[in-house]
Structures are given as C-alpha cells and as structure tokens.
Ligand binder design. Sequence first.
Ligand SMILES: Cc1ncc(COP(=O)(O)O)c(C=O)c1O
Length: 364
Amino acid sequence: MFEPVIEDEDINAVVSVLKSGWLAHGPVVESFEKNFAEYVGVKYAAAVSNGTVALMLSLKALGIGNGDKVLVPDYTFIATATSVLMVGATPIFVDVDYKTFNMDVDDLQKKISETNPKAIIVVHLFGHPADIKTIKDIASDKKIVLIEDAAQAHGAEAWGKKVGSFGDAAIFSFYATKNMTTGEGGIVLSDDRRVIEKVKLLRNHGQTARYIHEELGGNYRMTSIQAALGEAQLKKLDKLNEIRRKNAGLLTAKLSDLKDYVELPYEAPWAKHVYHVYALKLSSNVNRKCVVECMSAKGVETAIHYPLPLHKQPLFQKLGYKECCSNASVLAERELSLPVHPKLVDRDIDFVANAFRQCLKSCI
Ligand SMILES: Cc1ncc(COP(=O)(O)O)c(C=O)c1O
C-alpha cells in the first residue's frame, strides 16, 4: 500500500547531519521550515514532532481551548478530532460529501447554526482538496477560525493554489507513509507571524530565554535528522506526486468499465488530487471482506480507510456521541484503497487492476 522513496540524496542528507554533530533542532530545521512554507505559498512555518502535535499546537496558538466547540469531519483519521480533545475543546462532527470524502458544505452550515463553534478543522482527505474556497468564505463570514488539516495532501491544489495556504493555519504530517516523509514529523504553517511564534514557544517548553519559561509548553521539536530528510524529500515531492497521479490515472482507465461494482476516485474540475490514497467505493452488492482476502491471496495489499466514522469509534461512543452523519457511515462500509505509490511501475498497476477485476467478480 505504501512505501517511502528513500534514495541516495535522502541518505546523504541524513548522513551529513549525523556527521555535523548537530542532531537536535538547528539551522537545518529552519531551512526546511522556510523551504516548505515557500513551496506551499505561506509566509511562516514551525516544524514539530508529528502531525498530531501540529494540530494541537495550532489550536492552542489560535486560542482554542476549554469549552470551545470545533467542527471536524466525521470521516478522517482520528487525530483530527483527538487533537481537539487534547486541548480541552469539544469536537462536533460534520458529515462528508459522498463523492470526495471531504467535509459537506450544507452539513457544515447546519452544524454552525446549531452549535456556534469557535473553529473548523477542514481535512483534505486522501490527497483531494476539500471545497476550501466555500468553506473559507463561510468561516470568514461567521468569524470562525479555520485550520486546514493537510496531513494527506502535500502538493494538492484547489483552484490553482496549494492546499495549506487558505486557512488561518494549516498542518501537514510527514509520517513514513505520507507523500513525503521525515519518518515522523509535522509542520504548522500560517501567514500570521504571531501564530507561528506561539507554536515555536509551545514546542519548546514555553521558553523565552535560556531556562526562562513563560508558558506551559512541552518538547515537540523536530530534529535536524528529520529536517534533512524532509529537505531531500521536498525536492522530489512534485515528481513523486506526478507518478502517483499517473498510476491513479492508469488504474482508473483500466477499471472504468466496472461501474456496476465500483465507484472510482473523483477529481473535481478545480482540484489537483495527489492520491495519497486511491480510495474507491464498492457497490452494495460487493462483499468487501471477500475482496480484501482475495487481493491478499493474489499478493496485493489493500487497505480500508476507515472502518468506522469517528462518531462510531469506541472512544467517541464512550463519550456519548450519537448517530450524526449518514454519508460517513456508508463510506466506512464501502471504501477500499488500492496501491498507487510511486514505487509501482506500469506493470504493477496492470497486475493490481487485473487482480481487482477478478476479485470483484468473485465477491458478488
Ligand atoms: C488526516 C490526518 N490528520 C492528522 C494526522 C496525524 O499525523 P501524525 O501521524 O504525523 O501525527 C494524520 C496522520 O496520519 C492524518 O492522516
């Protein structure tokens, strides 16, 4: 399903940091922050230890905390919502659009009027941008803080602009399976210098001068080893995304006659999808478990992103969350991800497509 692309330049970058003796936070991290911010088209950046921390610190830096309500999509990785809990605020789930898996604008408006939220975290799931233009207009109009969770969408674009450049802040994850990686890692971006200064303070024990601590912070720093890998990965991100797009296009072309069994990934006319995940929807007549097992028997790994919508996760059930989001519930039953990562060549994609075709037909 996923495989990081680690080549000589990545290894050399890390080795040179190791040889320099400067392993923890330092100039390489600052250079990575500058280059990543420039790539996305945002002024300021603070690199941190992972994407979950990036979400927590961006919420804190934007003044979200105890008692505040934060709207999040019901269909995403759990960290989008748990980061809200971690800062003492309350996540409220918004249903998603069936076609794109991203936050549904009508349900967003409904939940805004019902709950009076302080912030929205919009996710660009699987590498396809959310309808960020509309959501930004709604957030600005209602004076609600907007955070983009672009953990899965490095290099994705909406209306020709990179995701991560629309909100009051944005976060990315550099976990090992992501379109670019630092092993573990994350970053917060913002055009507001004060937000990034606050994140930098919080990531470093609230320290304002050596051993002088003005705020409750922690150690959420990125190492120079991670940043060196990030610098090398960033240089080839566009190339790797193009391979993902090509692989996804090939798969879509090869499977396009199977409309009675499967709905293939959608790319909106205004969007550039970077296919972190090639997520399709099986029709209700197809047995997903059977397809997963059949593919595995043929040597092809698949994945389910995600088996449950967030409101049905045991954690949120224990917290008393009720049924909320019908599209998210259906998607959780029907989604299946096929591999399109950049290490796959045309022959591999052929193999995946043929295996999937056979498995679909034997799992009706
Ligand atoms: C949508 C989303 N948000 C947040 C995160 C958290 O990032 P990390 O794993 O780096 O903590 C992830 C990671 O998988 C993610 O997919």
